[in-house]
Design a protein around this ligand. Structure first.
Ligand SMILES: Cc1cc2nc3c(=O)[nH]c(=O)nc-3n(C[C@H](O)[C@H](O)[C@H](O)COP(=O)(O)O)c2cc1C
Length: 156
């Protein structure tokens, strides 16, 4: 959704990220399972901590299987709160989650009641947050190649 804000955005699974240094800003998130991020996302946040700290960083979690995340701000779970501090994150948001019957998740089938199933993602909320993040990411300075093609920028 950051595409619409005039930035070039790439959406990647953490395991597919080659080099965090290649990005001007990062939005990192994970669904919540038993009040934690997925292991891969948490591990990524820790192993890439140095690079993440050096650039504007936003975090998000998704999970609540009701409309609570649309109604009021839900703070990050403790481990994600620690990441926010350690990585100097700008902001964290919790979005509603989605769980469908027959998702193949045996824990869901075993522990969750029928009322937990549903799609609680609030795409208006997600869009609004993306626009807000986009507006806070500074445009990178024009690079040499672009300047030569389009004419060097005037002024000092
Ligand atoms: C076993 C299980 C545990 C969950 N634990 C939490 C939780 O602690 N907090 C929360 O907000 N959502 C929790 N959820 C909801 C999921 O985060 C939600 O379904 C999410 O959208 C899953 O995303 P995914 O399908 O991309 O993995 C849990 C779901 C399952 C099945």
């Amino acid at each position: 959704m950051l595409h619409g804000t005039g930035h070039v955005a790439e959406m990647l699974l953490v395991d597919d990220v080659v080099d965090v240094q290649a990005y001007d800003a990062v939005v990192l998130g994970s669904p919540l399972y038993e009040s934690r991020w997925l292991k891969a996302a948490h591990r990524f946040a820790k192993t890439e901590g140095a690079a993440l700290r050096q650039r504007p960083l936003w975090l998000f979690s998704s999970g609540p299987l009701d409309d609570s995340a649309s109604k009021s701000a839900i703070p990050p779970v403790p481990t994600v709160h620690q990441l926010m501090i350690r990585l100097n994150g700008r902001e964290h948001i919790t979005f509603g989650g989605c769980l469908r019957p027959g998702s193949g998740n045996w824990l869901a089938d075993r522990y969750l009641r029928p009322e937990h199933y549903g799609d609680f993602r609030d795409f208006e909320q997600i869009s609004a947050w993306s626009r807000q993040v986009g507006s806070r990411i500074r445009r990178p300075k024009r690079r040499g190649l672009l300047s030569r093609r389009q004419g060097a920028p005037k002024g000092p």
